[in-house]
Ligand binder design. Structure first.
Ligand SMILES: [Zn+2]
Length: 258
């Protein structure tokens, strides 16, 4: 059996309330035997905790405040997230998802940066990896990660969509690149970029329920679809699926310790 980890999935969201058990069984059937569940905001905590409780051998948590949930109330939200991170420290293997998103709305740009830096500080203090959400903010985030005080920071840029030059910069900073369903989209630049990314820096993810790979684009995504993404990457890298699985297992262990 070939095994894969979905390093970024929101199976705790209500989109899966009707069939969560079936979805988890489907994952196991497909060899997707580890799931990393990143938090979005304080409303994620209870359902995320429920999944950690129901599937302790499969699910691992990440705790953080997502940039699109940042507004003027960010201090209060950070307090709740930090309390959960400390109170249930054993449940969390990473800080995430955190980052900046300037795609839809730049109103809280400054607040997003403050919140990101605050959570980077937690990651350094707790020696935990970060799961970074980066949308239309590649330059901003790469500059912050480059700050001398974050030289020991490690993590992954989830659902990476930067250009080649930006990709090289994050590889130089020893970060990982999270690849999801967008790699299967017709106009994706990712296949070309992936040719320049060593396999020991790639992680697989679905970002379920979003970003379904082809041919399911537009439908609800689930972590079983990791296999489609893995197949696409094995074609791009001209590598057997088994070999890819072995390398990615090492990557997951090195970054997340699972
Ligand atoms: Zn996500």
């Amino acid at each position: 059996m070939i095994y894969f980890t979905d390093t970024h999935t929101h199976l705790y969201l209500e989109e899966f309330d009707i069939d969560r058990q079936e979805v988890v069984e489907k994952c196991l059937e497909f060899g997707v035997n580890k799931l990393i569940l990143p938090c979005v905001d304080e409303t994620s905590i209870l359902p995320l905790q429920q999944m950690l409780h129901d599937y302790p051998d499969i699910c691992h948590g990440a705790m953080g405040l997502h940039p699109t949930s940042v507004d003027n109330n960010y201090e209060k939200q950070l307090e709740v997230i930090h309390k959960e991170l400390i109170d249930n420290a054993k449940d969390y293997i990473a800080i995430g998802e955190i980052g900046m998103d300037l795609y839809w709305d730049k109103t809280y740009r400054q607040q997003q940066e403050i919140v990101l830096r605050e959570q980077f500080d937690w990651a350094v203090a707790l020696n935990m990896p970060v799961i970074i959400h980066c949308r239309n903010a590649e330059e901003e985030i790469i500059n912050i990660v480059g700050d001398a005080k974050y030289r020991d920071l490690r993590g992954v840029f989830h659902c990476w969509s930067g250009n080649m030059e930006q990709t090289e910069r994050i590889l130089e900073m020893d970060f990982y690149i999270g690849i999801g369903g967008t790699v299967t989209y017709k106009n994706s630049k990712l296949p070309e970029i992936l040719l320049q990314v060593p396999t020991n820096r790639i992680l697989l993810e679905t970002d379920s329920p979003y970003l379904s790979p082809m041919p399911y684009r537009g439908k609800r995504n689930d972590s079983g679809n990791i296999i489609i993404i893995a197949q696409k990457i094995s074609e791009i890298k001209k590598m057997a699926l088994k070999e890819l699985s072995e390398q990615i297992k090492i990557n997951v262990k090195r970054l997340f310790g699972i």
